[in-house]
Design a protein around this ligand. Structure first.
Ligand SMILES: Cc1cc2nc3c(=O)[nH]c(=O)nc-3n(C[C@H](O)[C@H](O)[C@H](O)COP(=O)(O)OP(=O)(O)OC[C@H]3O[C@@H](n4cnc5c(N)ncnc54)[C@H](O)[C@@H]3O)c2cc1C
Length: 279
């Protein structure tokens, strides 16, 4: 070991050790799964470029935003949402929550489905957005956090654009082969054309018959309609949602009057507060 005593040998060994540790760090960094690199900041707005806008019906569009790299993920826990900042028709700042319909299994982009109300302030911003424009987003935020098998069965009652958080949770459950949760969704709209993500929901129901089912309710149904008609009733909830039990939960998300009516139905049917959740 005489050579170790020579200063030049110690110098070369030092260099070799330093090079090895740099190489190891580079290997660890690049071998990380892409999904570990999240793009959201809860404290700071970040700008995301709109790369595709698809009109789904007269007042709803799907917006696809690009993430910084093709392997980036948004980094949104299932059941959480983001806050978007835009300008209303008077040029004033407006901040509203939206739930991406994509998960962290979708890399390189995220998508929002947005219903644009004629007088809505943030609706104005989305109506004006064109491909190439940027949207300021921060997050994640939210009180509901999905965990696999946290309950035996989930009931869901959604109205209109209230489908977005449900859609995200349904996808999270069905994409996880270890999750055995059974999901029953009641989805209410005014007309047939207002039903959002119908193709995807029907696809889930036929692909996962024992785990997911959907019952559509229309307040103005077409003549040949075989789903529910009118408003979501207590009887519909009894038929389509899991009965009250310590290991079930019913989630709801819709316009405020619908949420209030559904809360009253659920209370009357015996669902305790810890068996209910409103997004
Ligand atoms: C957690 C969470 C997640 C959400 N995710 C989504 C989403 O993914 N996609 C989406 O489209 N929306 C979503 N929303 C609703 C969204 O945040 C806005 O409230 C909605 O886009 C309307 O905002 P606005 O500024 O355009 O309307 P505002 O200026 O607040 O309202 C103007 C008018 O619009 C009408 N209006 C507004 N909201 C509703 C409503 N819910 N039902 C009926 N009429 C209404 C009313 O006539 C109201 O007077 C979510 C809300 C929450 C709380």
């Amino acid at each position: 070991m005489e050579f170790l005593e020579k200063p030049e040998s110690r110098f070369f060994i030092g260099i070799a050790v330093a090079l090895l540790s740099i190489a190891a760090s580079i290997y660890v960094f690049f071998s990380k799964k892409p999904r570990e690199r999240s793009c959201l900041d809860p404290e700071k707005f970040k700008e995301f470029k709109l790369v595709k806008r698809t009109q789904l019906n007269h007042d709803v569009a799907k917006f696809r935003f690009e993430l910084p790299t093709p392997t980036s993920v948004l980094g949104l826990p299932i059941g959480h949402h983001v806050r978007c900042r835009g300008k209303d028709d008077k040029g004033e700042d407006v901040l509203k929550p939206y739930t991406p319909i994509t998960l962290d299994s979708d890399v390189g982009y995220f998508e929002l489905v947005v219903k644009m109300y004629p007088k809505g302030r943030m609706s104005h911003h989305f109506r004006e957005m064109r491909e190439g424009d940027y949207l300021a987003v921060k997050g994640p935020t939210g009180r509901f956090r999905y965990r696999a098998n946290q309950v035996r069965a989930l009931g869901m009652i959604a109205g209109g654009s209230g489908i977005t958080p449900m859609f995200q949770v349904v996808r999270g459950i069905l994409e996880n082969p270890k999750d055995q949760t059974k999901v029953s969704l009641i989805y209410a709209n005014t007309t047939y054309g207002d039903i959002l993500l119908k193709e995807e929901l029907d696809g889930f129901a036929s692909e996962f018959p024992g785990r997911f089912r959907v019952y559509y309710v229309l307040s103005r149904p077409p003549a040949d309609w075989s789903g529910g008609a009118g408003r979501v009733s207590r009887a519909m909830i009894e038929s389509y949602c899991p009965s009250p039990a310590h290991d079930v939960k019913v989630l709801r998300c819709g316009p405020p009057p619908m949420n209030n009516a559904m809360a009253a139905h659920l209370d009357a049917l015996g669902y305790k507060p810890d068996m209910q959740f409103q997004f």
